[in-house]
Write a protein that binds this ligand. Sequence first.
Ligand SMILES: O=C(O)c1ccccc1NCC(=O)[C@H](O)[C@H](O)COP(=O)(O)O
Length: 199
Amino acid sequence: MSELFVKICGLKTGPDVDVAVAAGADAVGFVFAAGSPRTIGAAAARELGARVPDSVLTVGVFRGQPVDEVRRLAEESGVRGVQLHGDEGPEYYEALRAEGRTLLRATAGHVERCGEYGEDLLLLDAPDPGSGKPWNWGSEEFTAPEGRWLLAGGLTPRNVREAVATTGAWGVDVSSGVERERGVKDPALIRAFIEAARG
Ligand SMILES: O=C(O)c1ccccc1NCC(=O)[C@H](O)[C@H](O)COP(=O)(O)O
């Protein structure tokens, strides 16, 4: 089996981006959704993205924003992936597809398989994304979707290995679990998370 895909989300500083890349992250996320302690602008994200090698995917994170705003921020920042957390339908993904970015669909509900809306990657997340609160991925009712999907929501260096073993996730995504306080990343936790995730 190929190596677990790991995305570190909500990065705001150059040193934190450098740590995530050096520790082996496959993707780094920049939050463009409003009202988060992690929100940054397109210019800041462009500077951060310039530190990231092509082998690592840069992802802009959006929630309930008009498609033109998503397009503009993605272009201005230069992110190569777009992650949507709102209730956007398949037509929204269709509208973004032409730009050639990797599309991530984040959802808190049950999904049969990755790709139903035209997304490249599915992100199964908590109802309140970025809150650090876990959800019931460990319960008997949980059924993993088919295809490439990432698990997120309350993951930490302590629980990520078990979460992957239990769910069979193709990849993982974390923000709160690698922070020393809300919105402030901890380099040691970023390293510990990536190491623990890959076992
Ligand atoms: O990080 C935020 O504040 C945020 C705000 C609005 C939409 C999405 C947001 N974050 C998404 C992520 O950081 C991850 O995809 C994931 O939800 C991480 O969750 P957690 O590790 O529980 O913080």
